[in-house]
Design a protein around this ligand. Structure first.
Ligand code: ADP
Ligand code: MG
Length: 281
């Protein structure tokens, strides 16, 4: 049964220990053809160390939201708070991994140099950078290719380089925008498990954006469901699956099936513009 697992927005707002707070966020794009309301009114909190997935259909404003959280774009109204401080530019303690790893890595730089770049930009000495780069490459299983160029690697490996670059930076918050949408199913499964491992080992707070319902339930401690445009939080649910996740075993659990049904149903309802208040699992 799901009702007792459902967290209301009010409960979430009451968390004073939030690391990241999104408050009444609204984004309207002004274009020559008129204005597009990408995000209407989003409010949610992330506590330190949480792994939350945000799932919503294509065009529901997920990338827009992430860019606002990352301080890459100003919201039309509302605000994002990190440690209680308003985000008005890219915060030091935040890293982002985008879907298009091909475009986010520099082809003329070796793997280790790509990972090192943000540390260099931060003015860290070579002696400080070395161990961080080595640890990050080790964490993503790429210790053996520091001198390769990104284009010599498979898509999945390139995405690992992008992840290594993000964690070498030692962020408090890691934002990921559909990072595995462009890789094959097996690679994707491996990368999902890698994210769970990094989350445990580094204690980083993760907001993982995806349009894939199964992926959101498999990865998250919590799934925030967005409605389709104009976007609000449709529902915010706790994923009460065992902490230890396994691609075969976890996905075969009856509870996994119940949760994915529930998320699927909510997204269908969202598309129709309804919000279901009572749920039977
Ligand atoms: P998602 O990542 O969930 O697919 P996006 O945030 O990319 O959604 O887009 C949300 C809505 O905003 C879509 O209708 C999209 O067409 C529109 N949009 C996104 N970026 C821009 C932009 N730069 N200018 C105008 N409209 C945009
Ligand atoms: Mg997107």
């Amino acid at each position: 049964m799901l009702p007792e697992q459902t967290v209301t927005n009010d409960q979430l707002q009451s968390h004073a220990d939030a690391l990241l707070s999104v408050r009444s966020l609204k984004k309207v794009y002004r274009t020559d053809a008129g204005s597009v309301e990408a995000v209407r009114d989003l409010t949610f909190d992330l506590r330190p160390g949480e792994l939350a997935c945000l799932v919503g259909p294509s065009g529901s404003g997920k990338t827009t939201l992430l860019k606002c959280i990352a301080g890459l774009m100003a919201p039309t109204s509302g605000e994002v708070l990190l440690d209680g401080k308003r985000v008005d530019g890219p915060p030091k303690k935040m890293a982002v991994v985008f879907q298009e790893y091909g475009r986010s890595l520099f082809p003329w730089m070796r793997v280790a140099e790509n990972v090192e770049l943000p540390l260099r930009n931060r003015g860290m000495s070579k002696a400080e950078r070395g161990p961080l780069v080595a640890a990050a490459l080790e964490a993503v299983g790429l210790s053996h290719v520091p001198r390769s160029y990104p284009w010599q690697l498979s898509g999945g490996m390139q995405q690992r380089v992008a992840i290594a670059r993000a964690i070498a930076y030692q962020p408090e918050v890691l934002l990921m925008d559909e990072p595995f949408a462009a890789v094959d199913a097996q690679t994707r499964a491996d990368l999902e498990d890698l994210i769970r491992k990094i989350w445990r080992d580094f204690g980083v707070t993760i907001l993982f954006v995806t349009h894939d319902i199964d992926e959101s339930v498999y990865l998250g401690q919590r799934v925030i469901i967005l409605s389709s445009s104009p976007t609000v939080v449709q529902e915010d649910i706790l994923i009460d699956l065992p902490e230890r996740r396994d691609q075969l075993e976890t996905r075969a659990l009856p509870r996994f099936t119940e949760l994915r049904h529930h998320v699927y149903e909510q997204i269908q309802l969202a598309k129709q513009g309804h919000r279901k208040t009572t749920v039977d699992g």
